[in-house]
Write a protein that binds this ligand. Structure first.
Ligand code: SF4
Length: 497
């Protein structure tokens, strides 16, 4: 890695599409659309559409400044390029290895994150032997970037408003806030659809899910309109219900900026600044603004840095020795063949949009996968392929560590396992379900409630040293129906609940 002269052509990868990935507005640009990326793995079709639409829109904006190569592999395209190239630090270890391995591409520091790799390293050094905690990282980042600070103190006198932001959903079918600013498709989207249809017909690729109207921003203008609408109409309601789920309202007051931010169309610091301005103008409550800032410059950056900080073998950890394959009904988003209302509704949302917010991901999809002992590497791969905002750096720490507890407690202090009582409290799914969240055994037994106890039983030894799970483990001994429950869940196996 070295310094970049003004004459290098900037190779923009598909998630580096904003103006902040160029050193000057007129810098020559190379973009490569490599079909082999889609041939290797079965991605959600809405994701393939979004990425290709975003790349082609960016190339159209840049006009003659951009050389756009459609090819089979990156290597084929690069072999044809004579100009000296530079690239911003890629976002996956495989891509970094490839770029460095070419030997003649200048790799410059990562852009698109609130904390630099140097500042993260300095923070890690400052911890000594103490655990790497997101909360402490986040507070350090707030101080360093001076976000939501009054001099050296957090505004409002508190760093953390989580306790205010855990309300159950309202008793209405939707949250009742204005919808997100939906993008309007154009001829580039139509051309992308035609190409994807042709590639599928030719048997070159196969996709998951539905490619309905494009829901996520593919251009900087669309991303800014989305952000404007969120700040003006949705941010005030974001905080209180950010952990709640409504069957008829997948979007609730979530920002949807993760997709354009992970495409590089928005910089996290501009997003955070807009939220803080709304608070300072008195247009959004502090709890909502803090909860949002925590997600953007806390969690998002923390996960990014852990991805590079942890050894590459982290992705293969399997502390709970979970070895079951993903069943087809789950892997293929076959929501119509699932009776469990929460799982069916959320799989349908993923099928239709390639997106649900963090709680359905963690507490329904991930929770079910962990309860059933599905192999973490397969679960990680599925989340990466099925979500429009999923990338290797996002999903490896989030799924291996947070969601599946496959790292044995490096990232999370306890497994995010929960029974139907949690889903009943935080959603309206149970009202329309054929199962009963309070029943463990019998035809009405909730698969999440029964699965929770079966999970604890299976992992009793492995989790016995964790004080945060001691109370639920001791609850196992008080279950009078554990034997029939285990027989019931064993018989359920990998069939759709
Ligand atoms: Fe999900 Fe169980 Fe509630 Fe049905 S009863 S919606 S399966 S948590």
């Amino acid at each position: 890695m070295g310094l970049t002269g003004p004459v290098t052509t900037r190779w923009l990868l598909g998630d580096q599409l904003g103006p902040h990935f160029l050193d000057a507005p007129d810098q020559p640009v190379l973009m490569i659309e490599a079909r082999s990326v889609f041939a290797r793995r079965r991605f959600h079709r809405a994701k393939a559409h979004l990425v290709l639409s975003a790349m082609r829109h960016r190339a159209a904006e840049l006009g003659v400044q951009c050389t756009y190569v459609s090819t089979d592999t990156y290597a084929q395209a690069l072999d044809e390029v004579a100009a000296p190239l530079s690239v911003c630090h890629p976002t996956s270890s495989a891509a970094l290895r490839f770029v460095v391995g070419r030997g003649n591409i200048d790799v410059i520091p990562a852009r698109g994150f609130a904390t630099s790799m140097e500042d993260f390293d300095a923070w890690v050094q400052s911890r000594g032997r103490r655990r790497l905690l997101m909360e402490d990282f986040y507070r350090d980042a707030r101080r360093r970037r001076h976000v939501l600070m009054d001099d050296d103190e957090p505004v409002g006198g508190r760093w953390n408003f989580d306790a205010d932001n855990r309300e159950p959903p309202p008793r209405t079918p939707t949250l009742g806030v204005a919808e997100p600013e939906w993008p309007v498709e154009d001829e580039i989207d139509q051309q992308v659809r035609d190409d994807l249809d042709r590639w599928e017909r030719d048997g070159d690729v196969s996709f998951l899910g539905h490619d309905g109207p494009r829901r996520f921003a593919a251009t900087r203008a669309e991303a800014l309109a989305l952000l404007d609408g969120f700040i003006a109409h949705r941010l005030p309601a974001f905080g209180p219900h950010e952990d709640a789920m409504l069957a008829a309202d997948p979007w609730m007051a979530h920002s949807l900026v993760s997709a354009p931010m992970n495409l590089g169309l928005l910089d996290p610091m501009e997003v955070v600044a807009r939220a803080e301005e709304a608070y300072r103008r008195g247009e959004a409550p502090l709890a909502s603004v803090e909860g949002f800032v925590r997600q953007v410059m806390g969690w998002r950056d923390f996960v990014w840095h852990l991805y590079w900080h942890l050894p590459e073998s982290y992705r293969d950890l399997n502390a709970l020795e979970a070895t079951e394959p993903l069943p087809d009904w789950f892997a293929d988003l076959d929501a119509n063949n699932v009776d469990a209302a929460c799982l069916s509704g959320i799989l349908a949302d993923v099928r239709d949009h390639g997106w649900v917010h963090h709680i359905p991901r963690l507490m329904v999809l991930g929770n079910y996968a962990m309860q059933r002992g599905w192999e973490p590497a397969q679960v990680t791969d599925w989340f990466h392929r099925a979500f429009v905002d999923g990338y290797d750096w996002v999903m490896v720490p989030n799924v291996v560590g947070m969601s599946q507890y496959a790292d044995g407690g490096i990232l999370a202090t306890k497994p995010y396992a929960a029974g139907g009582a949690y889903i009943k409290r935080m959603s309206d799914y149970c009202r329309g379900c054929r199962y009963d969240p309070g029943t463990r055994v019998g035809p009405d037994a909730c698969p999440f409630t029964a699965g929770y106890w079966a999970f604890l039983h299976r992992n009793r030894e492995r989790l016995s040293g964790n004080p945060r799970i001691a109370q639920p483990l001791s609850g196992l001994d008080r279950l009078s129906d554990l034997e029939p429950l285990l027989a019931q869940e064993s018989a359920r196996g990998s069939s759709a609940p």
